[in-house]
Design a protein. Structure first.
Length: 360
């Protein structure tokens, strides 16, 4: 029997609720296969800070180090609540970025998927959705502005100022490009390269390296897009995209927009892959506005489990079953509150019911 250790970092806000549903799914997969998932829960995020004074405590680091894969819920507090935590101990800066840095999870895959049959979930018109939205954003996850030097102070004129640096070296760009091209080869052989080279030097180097890497993948067609145009195009003609590659901050913003065109961030799972370790998380935040109400959509978290099964445990067939089970819940006319607005015809179920139906 195969034995996999999974560090489970449920986190803050809706994290624990949607993680519970993901675990239900792991349990049923265990029953169906010759596999044992050893779940290792650990504190991570604001909950860890309040309990230990550290958002990513040593005990959690040790558990993650031992794990074959990490399943992470969501972290963060509401704008008001977060004022109780010093800037450097904030869950994002004190836990999330250190997690990404520790395991060098440079490749973040964020599928944006909505079949034609679920066009009614989207705020876009059915004719815009056509045969369905099916694209993957490949986001560089350990470089750029989020990892640059940061400085805040008072300048010579006595004015408060801030300085943040955006840095990439060619190797960081090359490795994410290879990931994107390889993925494109497995799909429609179409890669949209997202940049802002008319303003940013970082995008000039980004594009240069992209062109060098492209020579190794002559079968992949590259289309260059300025990030701002890409934002418009995602709303007006999302079906033109298949694989999109972009730097860290562009990916943060455009992938939230990806959730927007689907109709909910709750439909956004992701995989964060490093050379030796991978972790899996919803693309969205901790949704403090709906936390503790049993109404969050666990699709993003269960989808992240599917990505873990395929990527970390070589269980592609079961991953497929998980996706199909979730689509089956939608096909039966059910969804959580985010996608079942009054008059939509969708029958509203809660977080736990969604998990139960997937398991069924
Ligand atoms: P972060 O900065 O961590 O990405 P954010 O500020 O982008 O967080 P989110 O926490 O992602 O904000 O939430 C944005 C909106 O999307 C909120 O209204 C939230 O309720 C909704 N939302 C996010 N995730 C889900 C989910 N799984 N189910 C239902 N609604 C969700
Ligand atoms: Mg966000």
């Amino acid at each position: 029997m195969k034995n996999y250790k999974i560090a489970v970092l449920a986190g803050d806000g809706i994290g624990p609720e949607i993680t519970a549903e993901a675990i239900k799914v792991l349990k049923v997969i265990e029953e169906r296969n010759d596999v044992k998932f050893e779940l290792m829960p650990a504190l991570f995020g604001a909950c860890a800070y309040f309990e230990t004074g550290d958002a990513f405590p040593q005990a959690t680091i040790d558990i993650c180090d031992q794990a074959d894969a990490i399943l992470k819920g969501t972290i963060g507090l509401s704008h008001e609540e977060s004022k109780k935590i010093p800037v450097d101990k904030q869950p994002e800066r004190g836990a999330l970025l250190p997690l990404r840095r520790r395991y060098n999870t440079y490749a973040n895959f964020r599928p944006v998927f909505l079949p034609k049959s679920l066009a009614h979930f989207s705020p876009l018109k059915p004719e815009v959705i056509g045969d369905g939205i099916d694209l993957i954003m490949v986001r560089e996850l350990v470089g750029g502005l989020y990892f640059g030097e940061k400085e805040m102070g008072v300048n010579d004129k006595g004015l408060r100022y801030v300085r943040e640096t955006l840095e990439y070296d060619e190797e960081q760009i090359r490795r994410i490009m290879h990931e994107a091209f390889k993925l494109a080869q497995k799909r429609r052989k179409l890669l949209h390269n997202i940049h802002k080279s008319n303003v940013l030097k970082s995008s000039v180097l980004w594009n240069e390296v992209m062109e060098e890497v492209a020579k190794e993948y002559p079968d992949v067609q590259v289309v260059n897009y300025l990030v701002d145009s890409a934002a418009t195009a995602l709303c007006l003609k999302p079906t033109q995209f298949d694989v999109m590659v972009m730097e860290n901050m562009f990916g943060d913003i455009l992938s939230d927009q990806g959730g927007g065109i689907l109709g909910s961030l709750g439909l956004m799972p992701s995989a964060c892959i490093g050379p030796e370790k991978a972790y899996y998380e919803p693309s969205h935040g901790s949704a403090p506005d709906i936390a503790g109400k049993n109404i969050a959509n666990p699709y993003s978290m269960i989808g992240s489990v599917a990505m873990m099964l395929e990527n970390s445990f070589d269980m592609a067939a079961e991953a497929k079953n998980v996706w199909a089970a979730m689509q089956g819940v939608f096909a039966d006319g059910y969804s959580t509150a985010d996608l079942s607005k009054p008059g939509s015809g969708v029958k509203m179920i809660n977080t736990q019911e969604f998990g139960d139906k997937v398991v069924e």
